[in-house]
Design a binder for this molecule. Structure first.
Ligand SMILES: C[S@@+](CC[C@H](N)C(=O)[O-])C[C@H]1O[C@@H](n2cnc3c(N)ncnc32)[C@H](O)[C@@H]1O
Length: 292
């Protein structure tokens, strides 16, 4: 068994998660119906908050060591509870608003791994990676580096702009970004100060070109999951064991699965009750609950 991790009242402003209620449930986990505004799953190291990221009051100010997330990309993905097709100006304001919340939740030495596209190719070219990084810096985040994630996506291209002609060709890079930012100081002083990254992992992952496959939507039952490998690398590289990791756009819970397997506390915020159910099931199936 790893170190004992407790998500408790000292951890949330919330009233709902207490050690006594976890024990009263007769198990190391508890589950209540995913009605928007309620927690819908917790165990001693994981909590799912089924709420709008803009509305929740259930994450404490300066309580988070690491935010790892992939927000909606505004590429017309058919989410059940979110409109993923707004103007680029509206998308920038949406991004500013949620990143301001994330900034408030991070500890002074907290870090932020932001998985976003490099650019947008459909419906008007946009420099999404550069624009969201600039907004994060305007909010107060400090820039550390950018990891390029090569998804190995060799899907057949259909849009060429102009075929074998310089008239108006499209250039598309089959990669995504993981922008690494932090709040006040890059040197991490809080927490257990225990790292669990191996020498080989450190050597490989500090090279900012990461190559691994994306996740299959069908397998997960979510329209845009990232693979557990992505948050797992971020948390082993940028957080200590026992740290608290937040994903404000939790989706199917990949970040919480990685946290659960790697001895971190995980909090996920997700607006859609169905995705919360999927995440709760995944944590039970794919995670490693604290009692194991
Ligand atoms: C790109 S997906 C995240 C996928 C996740 N990384 C995974 O592996 O499954 C973005 C998620 O944000 C959720 N979402 C959109 N708007 C939200 C909001 N205002 N508050 C909370 N969640 C929101 C969507 O329902 C969707 O599940």
């Amino acid at each position: 068994m790893g170190e004992s991790l407790l998500i408790g009242p000292e951890f949330f402003f919330g009233r709902m998660i207490k050690r006594s209620s976890i024990q009263a449930a007769g198990e190391d986990y508890a589950r209540i119906g995913c009605v928007a505004g309620n927690f819908c799953y917790w165990d001693t190291r994981t909590a799912i908050i089924n709420e709008d990221v803009f509305a929740t009051k259930n994450v404490g100010a300066e309580s988070i060591d690491l935010v790892v997330t992939s927000p909606p990309y505004n590429v017309d993905i058919q989410y059940t509870s979110h409109n993923d097709k707004v103007t680029y100006g509206e998308y920038r304001e949406f991004s500013r608003a949620w990143m301001e919340r994330a900034f408030g939740w991070l500890k002074p030495d907290g870090r932020f791994c932001l998985n976003i596209p490099l650019d947008k190719n459909k419906g008007g070219q946009q420099s999404v990676g550069a624009d969201l990084t600039t907004i994060a810096k305007e909010i107060g985040f400090k820039y550390h580096s950018t990891i390029i994630w090569n998804e190995g996506n060799i899907s057949r291209r259909t849009a060429w702009g102009s075929w074998v002609s310089a008239s108006a060709p499209y250039v598309i890079a089959p990669v995504e970004l993981i922008v690494v930012l932090y709040k006040d100081s890059w040197k991490k002083t809080s927490g257990s100060r225990r790292s669990d990254i191996t020498r080989e992992e450190f050597l490989e992952w500090t090279n900012g070109l990461w190559t691994f496959n994306g996740e299959r939507k069908k397998r997960i039952g979510h329209p845009a999951p990232f693979p557990v490998e992505l948050p797992m690398r971020c948390m082993k590289l940028f957080s200590f064991t026992g740290d608290t990791v937040l994903d404000p756009f939790m989706g199917s819970g990949s970040t919480l699965v990685a946290a659960s397997r790697n001895n971190r506390k995980g909090i996920g915020i997700e607006i859609d009750p169905r995705y919360c159910e999927i995440a709760a099931d995944r944590i039970k199936r794919e995670g490693q609950p604290a009692h194991e």
